[in-house]
Design a protein around this ligand. Structure first.
Ligand SMILES: Nc1ncnc2c1ncn2[C@@H]1O[C@H](COP(=O)(O)OP(=O)(O)OP(=O)(O)O)[C@@H](O)[C@H]1O
Ligand SMILES: [Mg+2]
Length: 229
C-alpha cells in the first residue's frame, strides 16, 4: 500500500505514513492541536507533490495562514503555485440565519456531501477541519449514514483525507466515526502521574494494515509545529 507522509516525523517513523487514498480521522479537545496537525499534513502533502485542498468550516483562510506563519511555514507560495487550495465553508454557514436554519434544517443537516462537491477535480489530498460544526441535530443513525457516505465518496475519488472531528461533538459521534475510517488518532492532554505535569499525548487508535503502538505518544507544539517528544 502506498503511503503519504503525515508531516510529523515521529508518526511517519512508526507507521510509515498515512495509507494513500484512504480517510484518517483526527479527534481531540479544543486547543489540542487538530488544526495545526491538519495544516502540517497539508503542507507536507504539497511538498510531496500532491494537490491539496484544505476545507475549513470555522476559521477563515487568513487565520490559518497566520497560524502557519507562526511556524515559518510558507503556505502562501504553495497556494500561489496552485498546490494548496483553501475552501472556506464558514461564510456559507454565517449567511444562514437561525430562523432559516430551523425552517430548512432538513437541507442543512449533516450535509457532508457538500464537502465533496467543493473539492476541485484533480485533488489528491483533503483536510476537512472540522465536520463537528455540521453534525447539529443529527441522530446517531443519520450521522453514521452521512459520515459513511462521505468516506465512501472520498475513497471513490482516490483522495487521501484527514477528517477532523472535535471532541465537543457528542462522544457517541466520535465513536461512530471511528468505525468508518481507515485510521484514527486522538489528541489529548493528560496529567503525567510521575511528574504531575500536564502533557500532550496522541493515541493512534487504529490504522488498518499498519502496525500501531499501544502506548500513548507524547508530542509538543513548538516553533516548528507538532513533533514527537
Ligand atoms: N506558534 C506556536 N508555538 C507554540 N504553540 C502554538 C503555536 N501556535 C499555536 N500553539 C498551540 O496550539 C494550540 C492551538 O492548536 P489548534 O488550533 O491546532 O487546536 P485545535 O485542536 O484545532 O483547537 P480548536 O478545537 O479550538 O479548533 C494553542 O492553544 C497553543 O497552545
Ligand atoms: Mg481547530
Amino acid at each position: 500500500m502506498k503511503r503519504v507522509k503525515s508531516g510529523i516525523e515521529g508518526i511517519d517513523n512508526i507507521t510509515g505514513g498515512f495509507p494513500q487514498g484512504r480517510s484518517m480521522l483526527v479527534t481531540g479537545d479544543a486547543g489540542s492541536g487538530k488544526t495545526i496537525f491538519g495544516l502540517q499534513f497539508a503542507k507536507s502533502s504539497c511538498a510531496q507533490g500532491f494537490k491539496t485542498t484544505y476545507i475549513t468550516t470555522e476559521e477563515d483562510a487568513k487565520d490559518l495562514y497566520t497560524q502557519g506563519e507562526s511556524f515559518n511555514w510558507d503556505m502562501k507560495s504553495q497556494t500561489e503555485t496552485g498546490k494548496l487550495n483553501f475552501v472556506e465553508l464558514a461564510g456559507v454557514r454565517a449567511k444562514v440565519t437561525e430562523a432559516e436554519m430551523s425552517i430548512d434544517i432538513g437541507a442543512m443537516k449533516g450535509n457532508f456531501t457538500k464537502f465533496v462537491n467543493e473539492i476541485p477535480e484533480d485533488t489528491n489530498t483533503v483536510v476537512i477541519d472540522n465536520i463537528g460544526s455540521y453534525t447539529a441535530k443529527l441522530t446517531p443513525y443519520e450521522f453514521r449514514d452521512r459520515f459513511d457516505l462521505l468516506v465512501y465518496e472520498l475513497k471513490k475519488r482516490d483522495i487521501t483525507a484527514l477528517i477532523i472531528l472535535d471532541s465537543a461533538t457528542s462522544k457517541e459521534f466520535n465513536e461512530i466515526a471511528l468505525f468508518s475510517v481507515y485510521g484514527a488518532m486522538r489528541l489529548m492532554k493528560r496529567e503525567n502521574p510521575y511528574t504531575g505535569r500536564r502533557e500532550r499525548v496522541m493515541d493512534i487508535v487504529k490504522m488498518r494494515s499498519t502496525k500501531t503502538p499501544t502506548q500513548f505518544i507524547s508530542y509538543e507544539i513548538n516553533s516548528d509545529g507538532i513533533s514527537m517528544v
